[in-house]
Ligand binder design. Structure first.
Ligand code: ADP
Ligand code: TRP
Length: 334
């Protein structure tokens, strides 16, 4: 079964991204005989990010994070979206088969309108590029968060219109897989950890900066002596997610007993993060210090991806009446 998902390149992945998306996706890519395609959606980033250095930096950081977390490039086709230019040609064909109202109704476009600025046409066409990402690789399953559900529906609608016109076997019909069981990791202020809330813990940061983030976790003002409630405390919530269960049980008992301060808990949390992610941190730093390994891995991925992309595009071109040879006779689009 072919599984494909895109990862936005919007910065260095944080603990929420790691536990909520990267590690689950990597274990899924290892399961059974799944054939996984994972890519960095750097073309999508052009709808919002203009700075070329920032784009490049973010793309490398995302790639380094995935590799540091154990993505196996032998098994998984791991590539940068922009390294497969076939996707933009397919986007064009798909756009011409997409009714504008479908895109006007997309949440991503409506959200952009609601901000009060004039959205660019890239924002409008964002779901079509995403449909091309998926259809180009004969994808069966697309694991995504709830927020991407509508984009998957749009993809299926576009694929149906195209298949009806040019042959039912032109595109494989993809299914969304929305894993409701995935946990939401809380941030340093107790809200969902998110770049946009500025409440992240970033395990790839140098120790000093990571420490600053951990020390900044919001707690109540109970004194060291007072017993504390682990269920409502942000430090404990994060500790529980990262530490071995015995350690969490022990910390829970210390909270309830009193005589154990939030400063102690933060120190323990920092230690657990540093030890649990020691390997990942070292690999990440190494990959970011010498980008040639990342370049090489991404080039291998791009080559594997392009072979599949070219075959699909050939099929689409032939059916739509491009290239050499006569297109097959069949239903025509009016
Ligand atoms: P952010 O909210 O920081 O901008 P993204 O929207 O780029 O993060 O999320 C990238 C991936 O990480 C998505 O699959 C998303 O579901 C997952 N993710 C982000 N934040 C969390 C979190 N706090 N808990 C669990 N998963 C998360
Ligand atoms: N739009 C997705 C997001 O914001 C990223 C993405 C781009 C994607 N192309 C994709 C996800 C194709 C799955 C399949 O998270």
């Amino acid at each position: 079964m072919r599984i494909l998902t895109g990862i936005q390149s919007t910065g260095v992945p944080h603990l929420g991204n790691l536990l909520g998306a990267i590690l689950p996706a990597i274990s899924m890519s290892r399961a059974g005989n799944n054939d996984a395609f994972l890519f960095i959606a750097d073309l999508h980033s052009f709808t919002t990010v203009r700075d070329p250095q920032l784009r490049k930096e973010n793309t490398y950081a995302v790639a380094a994070a995935w590799l540091a977390c154990g993505l196996d490039v032998e098994r998984v086709t791991f590539y940068r979206q922009s390294d497969v230019p076939e996707v933009t040609e397919l986007t064009w064909y798909l756009q011409c088969m997409t009714p504008c109202p479908m895109l006007e109704n997309a949440h991503s476009f409506k959200d952009a309108l609601a901000k009060g600025t004039v959205p660019n046409a890239g924002v409008f066409n964002y779901p079509v590029l995403m449909a091309a990402d998926i259809l180009l690789y004969d994808t069966n399953v697309v694991p995504v968060g709830k927020d991407q559900k509508q984009h998957l529906e749009i993809t299926r609608d576009i694929a149906s219109v195209f298949n009806r016109a040019y042959g039912e076997d032109t595109f494989v019909m993809p299914e969304a897989r929305i894993d409701a069981g995935l946990m939401t990791i809380p941030g340093t202020d107790g809200r969902k950890m998110s770049k946009s809330y500025n409440n992240t813990i970033n395990v790839f940061l140098p120790e000093k900066e990571l420490k600053k983030q951990v020390m900044g976790i919001v707690t109540d003002s109970k004194s060291l002596e007072e017993p504390k409630d682990p269920a409502t405390d942000n430090v404990f919530q994060l500790f529980k997610l990262a530490a071995p269960p015995e350690a969490a049980t022990a910390m829970e008992a210390s909270y309830r007993a009193g005589g154990y301060g939030y400063g102690h808990a933060k120190k323990e949390l920092l230690e657990v993060l540093l030890s649990r992610f020691a390997q990942e941190r070292a690999t990440f730093q190494g990959l970011m210090a010498d980008r040639s390994v990342l370049d090489k891995q991404l080039a291998v991925g791009a080559e594997k991806a392009r072979a599949v992309a070219q075959a699909t595009l050939q099929r689409v071109r032939g059916r739509a009446g491009y290239g050499t040879g006569m297109p097959p006779a069949g239903p025509v689009v009016r």
